[in-house]
Design a protein around this ligand. Structure first.
Ligand code: F6R
Length: 260
């Protein structure tokens, strides 16, 4: 794992945006795996700004989001379809016909899950997968004990994930219980993974992911198996790392090393 520790949230987001911009510039038709959640909001805002001010183009990219709640239609204000539209797609030149999210309102979410996995394969797989991390170590909605060999499927959300996401809904009871998520194995097949974590609340999950055992109890620890996984952190999210000094020696202030 390449662990980049930046002084604060803003510099971490800028560093992550540099990596996305570099991918899209070198490979304009890249297939991007996208994530939602609070961590991604400033990243999408930064990428939109680079589109407006520096001509960063997403016109030829294809995108696949990690997950969507079951039971919400794309126009539901709390759906991830809506989130992506509002925070990113409306602000860049991505072709709407090449953006994809799991169909949370499909009559049979299991069939929709299989179809989504097949669609990713048909697109040639994901070049760059963006990821956040849950406080319980989830990636996508692969909750603790999710199979590390899993593919896109229906997952039941944990109580703690529903509590964390309740802020977007009117009440806990209205927070969905189920989601379609790409699997851990789907994520591991991406050619590069870029996980971003900011804030002290993520420090334990980040330490478990990077330095804990490889275990389904912390699905993000599966990234230890990925040959090109970059983890971008701010100081607060890096707070529980035992080998923090080492990461900072290899990548001072999150810069690339001489051999990257
Ligand atoms: C969302 C997703 C989740 C989030 C994670 C962190 O598409 O895949 O794994 O990345 O729950 O969410 P925030 O950034 O809101 O803390």
């Amino acid at each position: 794992m390449k662990v980049l520790i930046l002084p604060d949230q803003q510099t971490a987001i800028t560093r992550a945006a540099d990596i996305v911009a570099d991918t899209v510039t070198k490979q304009p038709d890249a297939v991007l795996g996208l994530a939602t959640g609070g961590t991604m909001v400033p990243l999408y805002s930064e990428l939109a700004q680079r589109h407006r001010e520096a001509g960063l183009s997403f016109a030829q990219t294809t995108s696949f989001n990690l997950d969507e709640y079951i039971g919400l239609s794309p126009d539901h204000p709390c759906s991830y379809h809506h989130f992506m539209q509002e925070t990113f797609f409306d602000h860049v030149d991505i072709d709407p016909s090449r953006t994809h999210l799991p169909k949370g309102d499909a009559p049979d979410p299991r069939i929709a899950s299989d179809a989504y996995e097949a669609l990713i394969a048909k697109a040639g797989g994901i070049d760059l997968q963006l990821l956040g991390i849950g406080q319980n170590g989830h990636i996508g909605f692969n909750e603790p004990t999710a199979s590390l060999g899993s593919r896109t499927r229906v997952k039941t959300l944990t109580h703690s994930t529903r509590q964390a996401n309740q802020r977007y809904f009117a009440s806990f009871d209205e927070t969905p219980k189920y989601a379609i998520t790409t699997g851990v194995a789907t994520i591991l097949e991406s050619r590069m993974c870029l996980l971003i974590a900011t804030g002290e609340a993520k420090a334990k999950a980040v330490a478990d992911m990077i330095e804990g055992p490889l275990t389904a109890v912390c699905p993000a620890s599966a990234l230890q198996l990925h040959a090109r996984a970059t983890i971008v952190l701010d100081e607060a999210a890096a707070g529980a790392l035992a080998l923090r000094d080492y990461y900072q020696t290899v990548h001072p202030e999150g810069r690339d090393s001489a051999f990257d």
